[in-house]
Design a protein around this ligand. Structure first.
Ligand SMILES: Cc1cc2nc3c(=O)[nH]c(=O)nc-3n(C[C@H](O)[C@H](O)[C@H](O)COP(=O)(O)OP(=O)(O)OC[C@H]3O[C@@H](n4cnc5c(N)ncnc54)[C@H](O)[C@@H]3O)c2cc1C
Length: 354
């Protein structure tokens, strides 16, 4: 079933967001995260954001790690976006895991040599972990969670859980350090369609000593769930369940619905705290920020902390038995009813995903 057909059953309202580019001669270092030999989508969004700082912006990507996947990622990085002019490669076992301490020292070292006007990272755990520490070493103040770039030193960022937008002018010395909200800088088709070959240059790590690699944090292990579902942060459709689902067993209905729609599964903090699903599925102020074409919320009240994570969704559908639930104030389509009747009906009527 298409999204359009699904929407036929609900009431309609809509909104959109636009970003205006600006111009000034600049040089930007983008801190790039990679996995399995490819750049992560949040790093491509950071390149998009760098492009919007100005026309004459020379963009370098900094990749660190070790082994063959780093070199694969470098090849991908060199051809990922027409704005990238250079890929800087820090190849050392000290960067096998993206720990904040060695990475921040690396950024400091690269900045000393490159004198960039801006340093950008995505607002992922990776960027949020590294960039403020690097900014402290560089003695500058970071601007976090930027959603709009209005000039090379003028940025918009949400405050009060997204209830207000603050316009911030950076008046400090270079570099201006930013984390950007990936959903506000969509990468579109550019990475698939463009053939660009930026040069790949190794970072000279001769001055990077053992002490630089040692910090308070230590890598222990990585655990991730094997799933064929799309990544929550980049999914076209997100189906979210709240406390209204009442149990982990009932939450499986949300998973089945997501499967039929080829959607990612999300959850409120209340659903996570109640143990229905793991916390990596939490959407909101202290969870993931999503911006799908379609966001479906079942048994979700619409607390401001939850809404902070879904505001950029193109279409929001809410199902709640309480007609006064705040979620209906932001929903494009609302259905007052019992989710235990509505979800089984949807499951019955929707065709299986091909
Ligand atoms: C600092 C801070 C950060 C936070 N960060 C987040 C965050 O990132 N994400 C987040 O989600 N929350 C966050 N919260 C928690 C947030 O304030 C809410 O408590 C939470 O979002 C509520 O989750 P809920 O909507 O699932 O539960 P509830 O508020 O309990 O709502 C459950 C809803 O289900 C409906 N319902 C019940 N039964 C049915 C049924 N059979 N059919 C249909 N509807 C039904 C009810 O009418 C109700 O509206 C944060 C809170 C704080 C203080």
């Amino acid at each position: 079933m298409t999204i359009r057909a699904l929407l036929g059953a609900f009431r309609k309202r809509s909104f959109a967001t636009r970003f205006a580019p600006c111009s000034r001669s600049l040089s930007t270092l983008v801190l790039a995260e990679h996995e399995g030999g490819s750049l992560k989508a949040s790093s491509l969004s950071a390149v998009e954001a760098a492009k919007r700082l100005g026309e004459e912006n020379s963009v370098s990507l900094l990749l660190a790690g070790s082994g063959p996947s780093l070199h694969e990622a470098a090849t991908h990085a060199a051809s990922c976006h027409p704005s990238v002019s250079k890929v800087l490669l820090a190849d050392s076992e000290k960067f096998t895991y993206p720990l904040a301490e060695p990475w921040a020292k690396l950024v400091y070292l690269v900045q000393q040599k490159g004198s960039y006007s801006h340093i950008i990272a995505g607002s992922s755990s990776f960027g949020k972990n590294i960039l403020p520490r690097a900014a402290a070493l560089l003695d500058v103040s970071p601007i976090t969670d930027v959603t709009e770039i209005s000039g090379s030193n003028l940025f918009v960022r949400p405050i009060y859980a997204g209830n207000a937008l603050s316009t911030v002018r950076y008046t400090g010395s270079d570099p201006c350090t930013l984390t950007i909200r990936s959903t506000s800088f969509p990468i579109g088709m550019v990475s698939a369609s463009v053939s660009n070959d930026a040069c790949i240059e190794k970072v000279d790590l001769s001055t990077f000593n053992e002490d630089d690699a040692v910090g308070k944090s230590r890598y222990i292990s990585l655990s991730s769930q094997e799933t064929e579902r799309p990544d929550l942060g980049n999914a076209r459709i997100v189906v979210t369940g709240g406390r209204g689902l009442k149990s982990a067993e009932n939450f499986k209905m949300i998973e089945k619905l997501a499967e039929k729609l080829g959607a990612a599964v999300g959850a409120t903090r209340a659903a996570v705290d109640a143990g229905f699903v793991p916390n990596e599925l939490q959407v909101g102020q202290t969870g993931k920020i999503v911006a799908p074409e379609l966001y479906m919320a079942f048994g979700v009240s619409g607390a401001i902390q939850h809404l902070a994570g879904i505001r950029d969704s193109k279409v929001i559908i809410a199902v709640n038995k309480d007609a006064d639930a705040p979620i209906f104030q932001v929903a494009d389509y609302g259905l007052v009813g019992d989710l235990f009747e509505i979800i089984p009906e949807l499951l019955e009527k929707l065709p299986d995903k091909k």
